[in-house]
Design a protein around this ligand. Structure first.
Ligand SMILES: [Zn+2]
Ligand SMILES: [Zn+2]
Ligand SMILES: [Zn+2]
Length: 250
């Protein structure tokens, strides 16, 4: 028996949530449109619908068929996930954090489901789990790294790309504070005599205050604990960037 591993999965390992939807559209993915058969679209629709219903976003059920189609179209057209996030805010009334998380996760689901369908159509039944080997891997994905799974028997929580890593790493992602716009200390909330323009120390609590520019161009004051959340707000939540390395047997 010859064992052949196909190293097709090449998601950008250093990318952000946003890039996962934009720059992972590599040469490999450009031919996607031609290969989008009705059966594949339907399978992706099913997966996405299930996700949207269970996402906790409380999108009215009757709106989900059109929404999932819109998400598929945007993803395969290579739109950035922040465009989808804006659409979720304006058309579906979601808050900024939840909209960002939902659009990143949906994009990941569409692309990984598409990969799965393509491999399965090639006769591939199993794959090896491979993480992105960085700090944005959740503990659940970490534990699955290197293990082999059958496509028809996903581990609890789904195949690579389907894990909601951000919920495991930061369950309250949609509510995380992303720094202060006022001139209070982000640690002790005392009113500062002067709003710092660079890293400073609070005279009252002696803790450090970081100053960063957010995605809207505003300067925000951050405590050390807020720094991670700030990155989430800026780059999007941790989405699963694990890949399934297909195993073909002869
Ligand atoms: Zn994960
Ligand atoms: Zn303070
Ligand atoms: Zn993962």
């Amino acid at each position: 028996m010859r064992l052949l591993k196909w190293l097709f999965g090449t998601k950008d390992s250093a990318g952000t949530a946003e890039q996962a939807s934009a720059t992972s559209m590599t040469i490999e993915d450009i031919s996607i449109q031609a290969e989008l058969t009705p059966a594949r679209c339907a399978a992706i629709a099913k997966q996405l619908t299930e996700y949207l219903i269970n996402s906790g976003a409380q999108i009215p059920v009757e709106k989900i068929p059109a929404l999932q189609q819109k998400i598929q179209d945007c993803t395969f057209a290579g739109f950035r996930s922040d465009r989808m996030s804006e659409m979720l805010q304006t058309d579906y009334g979601l808050g900024q954090g939840l909209a960002a998380a939902l659009s990143a996760q949906s994009t990941s689901i569409v692309l990984s489901k598409y990969r799965e369908l393509r491999f399965r159509d090639l006769g591939c039944t199993r794959y090896e789990w491979s993480t992105s080997h960085d700090q944005r891997v959740c503990a659940r994905c970490q534990a699955l790294n290197g293990k082999v799974f059958f496509w028809n028997n996903p581990p609890e929580g789904g195949h690579p790309g389907e894990c909601e890593c951000w919920r495991l790493i930061c369950p309250d992602y949609a509510k995380v504070p992303a720094g202060r716009l006022d001139s209070r200390c982000p640690n002790c909330e005392v009113e500062l005599a002067k709003r710092p323009r660079g890293k400073a120390k609070c005279k009252s609590c002696q803790k450090e205050i970081w100053v960063r520019r957010n995605s809207d161009g505003q300067q925000v004051l951050l405590s050390e604990g807020m720094l991670k959340n700030f990155d989430r707000q800026k780059y999007g939540p941790e989405i699963c960037r694990c890949v399934a390395r297909p195993i073909l047997e002869y």
